[in-house]
Design a protein around this ligand. Structure first.
Ligand SMILES: *Cc1c(COP(=O)(O)O)cnc(C)c1O
Length: 346
C-alpha cells in the first residue's frame, strides 16, 4: 500500500511512545538529553508492534542506553574537520570532495558517524550563499576535482528551490563532471520524492543519487516508487549500507536486502563497517563479521548485487575495501605458479 496519510514528524520520545502505544524505559529518556530523537509516522509504521524493542528499524531510529557508554571518545575520528579546506567542504581524495549542504535530516540514525552535527546543543544550519561561492571558487581553483558529493545531514531537507540554486551554481563549474546527491529520504520519507522534485533533478546530466537502505523492511511500496521515479528520470541510484550489530549482521538479511535492491535497479555500492565515533560503538560488529558475510555472499550472490565491504581509516586516511576471495589459496597457486600461461607470458 502506498501511504496516503500526511506524515507526522516526532521530535521527542513521548510522542513516539504515544504513537507506538508503548512505554519506554527511563534510560532511553536519558539518552535523549544528549542525542535528540527525530523520526516520523511513516518510518515508525514499519516497526513490528509485537516486538518493537528488537525491531531493526526501531533500533536505527530510537535511542539505546549504550549510546552514553563512550561519551568521551572522538566525535570526529575521520578528521573531517581538519580536512575541511573551506567551510563545509571535506577534501580527502584527488578527484572528489564532500559538501555538507545542511545538518538537517528527516530522521536521526542512532549510528550516525556525524553525530557531532546533531547532538544536543546544535542549531539547524544550512549552507549559506557565501559558503557556496567559496566552495565553487575552490573547485574552480582545483580543476582536478571532477565530482562533488552533496551530503549532510540530508540535502533533500533543503527546499526544492534552495537545492536547485545550489545545483545550478555547481553545474556552472566547467571542470565538474559528476554530482553525487547523498540522501536517506527514499528510506525515511519516500513520499517527498515528488514528480516536481524528480523533474528538477533530472535537468542535471551528471547527477547520481546515493541512498542508504540498511534492512529489507525498509523496502516498501513507497520507497520502491521513489526509486522508480528517480531511475525513470535517468538518475542512477547506488546504495550504501552500514553493517550494524543486531540490525542487519545476519548474512541472510543482507543477501535479501541486496537482492531486493537490484530488482529495483539500485546498485549495492558499499557495505561499511561502523566508524569509532562517540555514541555508536555498540553497533560495531568487528571486521571479521563483515568478512564472514562476504564469504557467505560471494559464492551465492551476483556481482551486481554485491557491494564493496569498506572501512574508513582513522585520521582521514580514506576508505579501504576489504576483500574475501571466492576461491581459496589454490587460485593463487594456479595464477602464480607458472603452470597456466596468461597472454603476456605466452
Ligand atoms: C566517502 C568519501 C568520498 C567518496 O568516496 P568514494 O569511494 O568515491 O565513494 C569522498 N570524500 C570523502 C571525504 C568521503 O568520505
Amino acid at each position: 500500500m502506498i501511504q496516503r496519510h500526511p506524515i507526522k514528524n516526532f521530535h521527542d520520545l513521548d510522542h513516539v511512545a504515544e504513537f507506538l502505544k508503548i512505554d519506554f524505559p527511563g534510560d532511553m529518556y536519558r539518552v535523549e538529553q544528549a542525542y535528540p530523537v527525530l523520526t516520523n509516522s511513516y518510518y515508525l509504521s514499519l516497526i513490528d508492534r509485537n516486538d518493537p524493542f528488537n525491531d531493526p528499524l526501531f533500533k536505527q531510529c530510537l535511542p539505546h542506553s549504550d549510546e552514553l557508554l563512550d561519551y568521551d571518545a572522538s566525535f570526529d575520528p575521520l578528521a573531517e574537520e581538519r580536512q575541511s579546506v573551506v567551510s563545509r567542504l571535506i577534501h580527502r581524495y584527488h578527484d572528489r570532495a564532500v559538501m555538507i549542504a545542511t545538518n538537517r535530516c528527516a530522521s536521526y540514525c542512532r549510528f550516525c558517524f556525524r553525530k557531532r552535527f546533531w547532538k544536543r546543543g546544535n542549531e539547524f544550519s544550512d549552507i549559506t550563499d557565501t559558503e557556496l561561492e567559496d566552495i565553487c571558487a575552490y573547485y574552480r581553483a582545483h580543476p582536478e576535482l571532477k565530482e562533488i558529493l552533496v551530503s549532510g545531514g540530508d540535502p533533500l531537507m533543503l527546499s526544492e528551490q534552495r537545492l536547485k540554486y545550489i545545483l545550478d551554481r555547481l553545474a556552472e563549474i566547467d571542470s565538474l563532471e559528476v554530482i553525487r546527491l547523498a540522501s536517506r529520504i527514499p528510506v525515511f520519507m519516500p513520499q517527498k520524492i515528488s514528480d516536481e522534485l524528480v523533474n528538477m533533478l533530472s535537468a542535471y546530466p551528471c547527477l547520481w543519487f546515493a541512498t542508504h537502505f540498511n534492512h529489507p523492511h525498509e523496502l516498501t511500496d513507497d520507497s520502491r516508487e521513489a526509486c522508480r521515479k528517480l531511475i525513470s528520470a535517468g538518475i542512477p541510484i547506488i546504495n550504501q549500507t552500514v553493517l550494524l550489530k543486531g540490525i542487519n549482521d545476519a548474512p541472510e538479511t543482507l543477501e535479501e536486502l541486496f537482492r531486493q535492491l537490484i530488482r529495483i535497479k539500485v546498485k549495492p555500492h558499499y557495505l561499511f563497517h561502523i566508524d569509532p565515533v562517540t555514541g555508536v560503538r555498540h553497533f560495531a560488529t568487528g571486521i571479521e563479521k563483515g568478512k564472514e558475510i562476504l564469504r557467505y555472499c560471494r559464492p551465492r550472490l551476483s556481482s551486481l548485487a554485491t557491494p564493496a565491504f569498506a572501512i574508513d581509516l582513522p585520521e582521514g586516511g580514506g576508505k579501504v575495501s576489504i576483500q574475501e576471495n571466492y576461491y581459496d589459496g589454490e587460485c593463487y597457486e594456479t595464477i602464480f605458479s607458472g603452470k597456466v600461461k596468461y597472454p603476456e607470458q605466452l
